[in-house]
Design a protein around this ligand. Structure first.
Ligand code: F6R
Length: 620
């Protein structure tokens, strides 16, 4: 959460910072601010609210200069107010910084600094870092170090960072070093964009798009010094390292709305393409299997697997549940799907041949990262299914599979989910073919997968029908989502989508579980969304649907095209193309994404910026 930007070069910094913050708003949008340096000193503008409020303030009170930092906030410590917005100032203005992360020992440090006379203006944990660096600058001077020597400033930062417990991505300006931008990271991502005589800094690659495609990712415990002359990377323990320049994996297309009113809708409609991208180059017709470049495990290791743990949060966890059904069905390997936030503190007995897969769109989710590290510490091979290239989890996992879905900007995850499910289908096929699965069975799966982009294109045609149905229901306060087997995780995902962007209370259940409690909720005001396509579970789910109708509960059914049985039974039906059971989640998810989207729009909610949420949850 929180987004950081920085710039040093010859262009007006404030424009670049504001544009960067707009692109990072998905990480947090409670408040924002910038600090820009020119010959007269450092000007700070900050404001509670969206980046557009800040842009208005900067219009009224411009801040010229070619060096600056900026921040968009998702509040952790202290409410979203002007004064709590970043940047924060340390000492008597010697240090100005922005921070992403959480400082766990901030209360103790604050007391110590207050005792030394430092005056705090905000309720944030961040201000502690600013004063702490200022304090160590003062200490260095007291020890006789040259206050104009760059090394003195670096030592002060280093000493301050060693006293912090928690996580940080920091961008720092110094009053007395007018051509210096320092950034440091522990647990919160930072990437440097390398231009010609200029450098960009950001929490992820999106602000760099259109400026440069050469990037350097910072590792934990690294600090980077940026001047117009060059960059220096220093690791706390191993010292200086030469920057390894990589190519940015984002394009302008990802950042533009391309005619759609919201990123969420744009990304829903990208799914035929993103599902195709997830499969590209990975289907091997001859061997009737899937192939991956980056698993980094031998065939022998994969054959020896006796258990797979899939760990993730939120929507990615739902994709993991689909993966469990797929891998157990295709490869007969026992799978457990663990919330990363639980796994990180549990101590499950994992055998030598257990493989742990982290599933994550952003590759930065704090709980997922911590679970991955915990498993690595115990010696298990860890792999990642990840969208963001170069993200922390992608780099720290022993191997993995990229989604290639392009940047997902909408806070509610849509295309990443279907790409995760696609990749998990390929993984299940790969593991199945290494074990008992026959060549014809593998071939049949590949043929079905190849059709999926067209099937999804066809599915998206339900958009108008879904919008009409949403008009009928958008005033509801509660909603149930029910499905079985492959469509149980889809029910959970449908409910999550509705909750997070339209603020309607929704619950997902395995349809047959309904009669063990939730059926008590059924009344004329509480609709149930039944996911009931043709397939193995059709008749069972139809019986559950009848149970709801018998209690006068309104029913919205997601059904296979041509299913006449529902016409007289359900209140509303959304028809989708018929596919085999294992591919149903890719199809049945689409109308649920669209339903939550239209419900939210009709309720006047900010679809791409839902309240209290941030896209990348980098705090515990
Ligand atoms: C819901 C949503 C979240 C994320 C979760 C994990 O629409 O986006 O539930 O799925 O925060 O994020 P990643 O996949 O980035 O680890």
């Amino acid at each position: 959460m929180c987004g950081i930007v920085g710039y040093i070069g010859r262009q007006p910094a404030s424009e670049i910072l504001l544009e960067g913050l707009r692109r990072l708003e998905y990480r947090g949008y409670d408040s924002s601010g910038i600090a820009v340096r020119d010959l007269d000193g450092i000007s700070i503008r900050k404001k509670a609210g969206r980046v557009q409020e800040l842009a208005r303030l900067v219009d009224e009170q411009p801040c010229p200069g070619n060096l600056g930092i900026g921040h968009t906030r998702w509040a952790t410590h202290g409410p979203a107010t002007d004064v709590n917005s970043h940047p924060h100032v340390g000492g008597n203005g010697e240090v100005i910084l922005v921070h992403n992360g959480v400082i766990e020992n901030y209360a103790t440090l604050r007391e110590q600094l207050q005792a030394l006379g430092y005056v705090f203006r905000s309720a944030t944990d961040t201000e502690v870092i600013a004063h702490l660096i200022a304090h160590h600058l003062e200490e260095q001077a007291r020890l006789g170090k040259d206050p104009e020597d760059l090394q003195t400033a670096l030592d002060a930062v280093e000493l301050a960072l060693r006293r912090l417990k928690g996580t940080y991505g920091l961008a720092i300006l110094f009053r007395d070093f007018p051509e210096l931008l320092v950034a440091a990271r522990l647990g919160s991502p930072l990437v440097v964009g390398v231009g010609k005589g200029e450098y960009y800094l950001a929490s992820d690659g999106s602000p760099l798009v259109g400026h440069t495609d050469e990037v350097v990712y910072l590792a934990d415990h690294e600090m980077v010094l940026l001047t117009t002359e060059g960059m220096r990377l220093i690791h706390r323990d191993t010292g200086a390292r030469a920057p390894s320049i990589q190519t940015l994996d984002q394009t302008q297309h990802d950042q533009d709305l391309n005619g759609f009113p919201h990123y969420m809708l744009k990304e829903i409609f990208e799914q035929p393409q993103t599902i195709e991208n997830a499969m590209r180059g990975r289907l091997d017709e001859e061997e009737a299997t899937a192939r991956f470049g980056g698993l980094n495990l031998t065939v022998q290791q994969l054959r020896r697997l006796d258990r797979i743990v899939l760990t993730a949060c939120g929507t990615s966890w739902h994709a993991g549940l689909v993966g469990e059904y797929l891998i157990e069905e295709f490869a007969r390997i026992p799978v457990e799907v663990e919330y990363a936030s639980e796994l990180r503190y549990r101590n499950p007995p994992l055998s030598e041949n257990t493989m742990v897969f982290a599933i994550t769109q952003s590759g930065e989710t704090a709980d997922t990262l911590a679970a991955l590290r915990e498993c690595q510490r115990k010696g298990h091979p860890t792999l990642a299914i990840c969208n963001v290239v170069g993200s922390t989890i992608a780099r720290e996992a022993d191997g993995g599979i990229y989604l290639h879905a392009g940047a997902e900007v909408g806070v509610a995850s849509t295309k990443a989910f279907t790409s995760q499910v696609t990749v998990l289908t390929l993984l299940a096929l790969h593991l199945g073919r290494l074990r008992h699965m026959s060549h014809p069975a593998g071939k049949r799966i590949i043929t079905a997968l190849r059709n999926m982009p067209d099937v999804i294109r066809e599915t998206l045609k339900c958009n108008d029908a879904v919008r009409e149905i949403a008009k009928k229901y958008h005033h509801i306060t509660d909603c149930l989502y029910l499905g079985r087997q492959y469509n149980f995780p889809v029910a959970l995902e449908g409910a999550l989508k509705l909750k997070e962007i339209s603020y309607i209370h929704a619950e997902g259940y395995p349809a047959a579980e309904m009669k063990h409690g939730p059926i008590a909720l059924i009344d004329e005001q509480t609709p149930s969304v039944f996911i009931v396509p043709h397939g193995n579970m059709y008749h069972k789910v139809m019986s559950n649907l009848e149970e709801v109708k018998a209690r006068r509960g309104p029913v919205i059914a997601i059904a296979s095209q041509g299913d006449k049985a529902l016409d007289n039974l359900a209140d509303d039906v959304i028809y989708v193309p018929e596919v085999e059971d294992f591919l149903q989640p890719l199809v049945t998810t689409i109308p649920l994404q669209l339903f939550s989207y239209h419900m939210a729009v009709l309720r006047g909610c900010n679809v791409d910026r839902p309240r209290n949420l941030a896209k990348s949850v980098t705090v515990e």
